[in-house]
Design a protein around this ligand. Structure first.
Ligand SMILES: NC(=O)c1ccc[n+]([C@@H]2O[C@H](COP(=O)([O-])OP(=O)(O)OC[C@H]3O[C@@H](n4cnc5c(N)ncnc54)[C@H](O)[C@@H]3O)[C@@H](O)[C@H]2O)c1
Ligand SMILES: C[N+](C)(C)CC=O
Length: 490
C-alpha cells in the first residue's frame, strides 16, 4: 500500500504524540490491512491550535475565492486521477463492492467540483436600505475553525461533503474520520496537499470519538462542529458543543419508510425496495428499512422480495459477482444479531435470513444474511430503531391516511419513498411526509446540487447544495451612513 499511514497536522505527516497505533481490519476476512496512529486529546489540541493560528492569520480566508475554487477543483481532478486506487482502498476498508466504491469516487469528485464552482459565486447582497443616505449590504464570511467528524459507512463520501464547502469558503479545519475506516481520508489529505492546500488549513487527526472527537467538540477554539453519525453520539456532541455555543451541523440516523401502493409498477417497486434496504448491507442512513405495503398486494410483494433475497450473492467486494459485502466489524455484527433476536421476541415473523451465512468462505468475515420480518407493527422496537444492517421490516396499510400515519410514526425524519402511478396521490403523500428527502418512484438517490439532511431527530442543518456551503459561513450585515451627523439625544 503506497498510502502514508500517518496523520496530517500543520502541513506535516506525523504519528500520535503518545506513539500509540491502531490496526485497521478488513471486514471481509478480519485481517489487518494497515496500522495508523491512535491519537488522543493532546494531538487534537495541537491540530486545533494550528488551525486556529492559520485562520487568525487570515491569509487563507482572504485568498480570492476564485483561487480557493481552483484548489478545490484540483482536488477533484486528483481524485479522478487516482479513482481506482481510492475505490479499492475504500472497499478494502469497508467491505463494500469495488463497483460501489467507484460510484462513490465519482460522487466525491462531483462534490469537490460543485463547491469549486460555487466558491466565487457569492457576491453578497445589497439591501434596499430604509434609511436615507446609507448603504446596507450583506456579506458572507468563513465561520473559522471547523471540527469535522465522520462515520464508517461512507468514509470518504461523508468527508467530501464537509471538506469541499469548508475549503471553498475559506475556513480552516480539523477532520476526524471514524477510527475504523480512515484509509481513504488519509489518501485524500495526501491529494489535498498535492493540490496546494496551505499548511495548517486542513488537518487530519486519527483517533477515537471519546478522545479526539470529544476534544474537538468541547475545545473553545473550535467554532463549528459538523458531525455525521449516530443519534446517541449526536446528542452528546450537542451538549459538548454548548461550551462556547459552537455552530452545529448534525447528520444523524434514519428509520426510513418506503411506501408501496398497489398501483405502483410491481417489478420496479420490488427491485428498488430490495436495493433501498440491502445495498451496502443496509449500512446506509437513508436505507428504506421500514417497508409499508398496501394490503391488497402485500403477500405477493413479500413473496417476490423473499424469492429475490434468497438468490443474493454475498462475498468479497473484490469479486465481480458479489452483490452484498460484510458488515463493518465483529462488534456491529453482534449488534445486528441482537436486533434480530429482539424482532423474534417481539413477535415479528421471520420471512427470510435472520442469521449468519453458512458458506465456509464467509466465516472469517462479518457477514449477515439479508433478513425480512413481516407482521410488524409500529410499537415494535425493530420498527422504531435503526438496525444499520441488512434487515427490512414490513408493515401493511389499507388507506392512504393509514400509510401516512405509519410513515410519520418515528422520531427520525431523514428520508422516505412513495411508489404509485397516481401522481396526485404521490404529491398528497409527499406534502404529509415529515422527512428531509422524499423520493417519488425512486429511492436513495442524492447528488451535490440538492440539499441533504433530516427533519426531527435526524439532525440539524443541511449538507450538499447551496445550503451545504452556507453552513460554513457567517452572515454579516454592513451598514454605512453616508451623511453622519449628531443625533442630539443626550
Ligand atoms: N444523516 C446522514 O447523512 C448519515 C450518513 C452516514 C451515517 N449516518 C449515521 O451514522 C451512524 C453510523 O455511523 P457510526 O457508527 O460511525 O456512528 P457513531 O456516532 O458511532 O460515530 C460517528 C463518528 O463520531 C465519533 N464519535 C463517537 N463518540 C464521539 C464523541 N463522544 N464525541 C465526538 N465524536 C464521537 C466516532 O469516532 C466517529 O468518527 C448511523 O446512525 C447512520 O444513520 C448518517
Ligand atoms: C448520505 N448517504 C446516503 C450517502 C449515506 C448515508 O449513510
Amino acid at each position: 500500500m503506497s498510502l502514508k499511514q500517518q496523520q496530517y497536522i500543520n502541513g506535516k505527516w506525523v504519528g500520535a504524540i503518545s506513539g500509540n497505533t491502531r490496526d485497521i481490519i478488513n471486514p471481509f476476512n478480519a485481517e489487518v490491512i494497515a496500522t495508523v496512529p491512535e491519537s488522543d486529546e493532546t494531538d487534537a489540541k495541537v491540530a486545533i491550535a494550528a488551525a486556529r493560528a492559520v485562520f487568525d492569520k487570515g491569509e487563507w480566508s482572504s485568498t480570492p475565492a476564485t483561487e480557493r475554487g481552483t484548489i478545490v477543483r484540483k482536488i477533484a481532478e486528483l481524485i479522478e486521477r487516482d479513482k481506482e486506487e481510492l475505490a479499492r482502498l475504500e472497499s478494502l476498508d469497508t467491505g463494500k463492492t469495488v463497483e460501489e466504491s467507484r460510484g462513490d469516487m465519482d460522487d466525491i469528485a462531483g462534490v469537490f467540483r460543485y463547491y469549486a464552482d460555487l466558491a466565487d459565486k457569492d457576491g453578497g447582497e445589497l439591501i434596499d436600505s430604509p434609511v436615507p443616505n446609507s448603504i446596507s449590504k450583506v456579506v458572507r464570511e468563513p465561520v473559522g475553525v471547523c471540527g469535522q467528524i465522520t462515520p464508517w459507512n461512507y468514509p470518504l463520501l461523508q468527508a467530501s461533503w464537509k471538506l469541499a464547502p469548508a475549503l471553498a469558503t475559506g475556513n480552516t479545519l480539523i477532520m476526524k474520520p471514524s477510527e475504523i475506516t480512515p484509509l481513504t481520508t488519509i489518501k485524500v489529505f495526501e491529494l489535498m496537499e498535492e493540490a496546494g492546500v496551505p499548511a495548517g488549513v486542513a488537518n487530519l487527526v486519527l483517533g477515537a470519538g471519546n478522545t479526539v472527537g470529544a476534544e474537538l467538540t468541547s475545545n473553545m477554539d473550535v467554532d463549528l462542529i459538523s458531525f455525521t453519525g449516530g443519534i446517541f453520539t449526536g446528542k452528546k456532541i450537542m451538549q459538548a458543543a454548548s461550551v462556547n455555543v459552537k455552530k452545529l451541523a448534525l447528520e444523524l440516523g434514519g428509520k426510513n419508510p418506503n411506501i408501496i401502493f398497489a398501483d405502483a409498477d410491481f417489478e420496479t417497486a420490488v427491485d428498488q425496495a430490495l436495493n433501498g434496504v440491502f445495498f451496502h448491507a443496509g449500512q446506509i442512513c437513508s436505507a428504506g428499512t421500514r417497508l409499508i405495503v398496501e394490503e391488497s398486494i402485500h403477500d405477493e410483494f413479500v413473496n417476490a422480495l423473499v424469492e429475490r433475497v434468497k438468490k443474493f450473492k454475498l462475498g468479497s467486494g473484490f469479486d465481480e459477482d458479489t452483490q452484498m459485502g460484510p458488515l463493518i466489524s465483529a462488534e456491529h455484527l453482534a449488534k445486528v444479531e441482537k436486533y434480530v433476536e429482539t424482532g423474534m421476541k417481539e413477535g415479528a415473523t421471520l420471512a427470510v435470513g435472520g442469521r449468519r451465512p453458512e458458506e465456509p468462505e464467509l466465516q472469517s468475515g462479518f457477514f449477515f444474511l439479508p433478513t425480512i420480518f413481516t407482521d410488524c407493527t409500529t410499537d415494535m422496537s425493530i420498527v422504531q430503531n435503526e438496525a444499520f444492517g441488512p434487515v427490512m421490516t414490513v408493515e401493511k396499510f389499507r388507506t392512504e391516511e393509514e400509510a401516512m400515519k405509519l410513515a410519520n410514526d418515528s422520531i427520525y425524519g431523514l428520508a422516505g419513498g412513495v411508489w404509485t402511478n397516481d401522481i396526485v396521490k404521490a404529491e398528497r403523500c409527499v406534502a404529509k411526509m415529515r422527512m428531509g428527502t422524499v423520493w417519488i418512484n425512486d429511492f436513495n438517490l442524492y447528488f451535490p446540487h440538492a440539499p441533504w439532511g433530516g427533519f426531527k431527530q435526524s439532525g440539524i442543518g443541511r449538507e450538499l447544495g447551496r445550503l451545504g456551503i452556507e453552513e460554513y459561513t457567517e452572515t454579516k450585515h454592513i451598514f454605512q451612513n453616508l451623511k453622519p451627523e449628531p443625533i442630539n439625544w443626550f
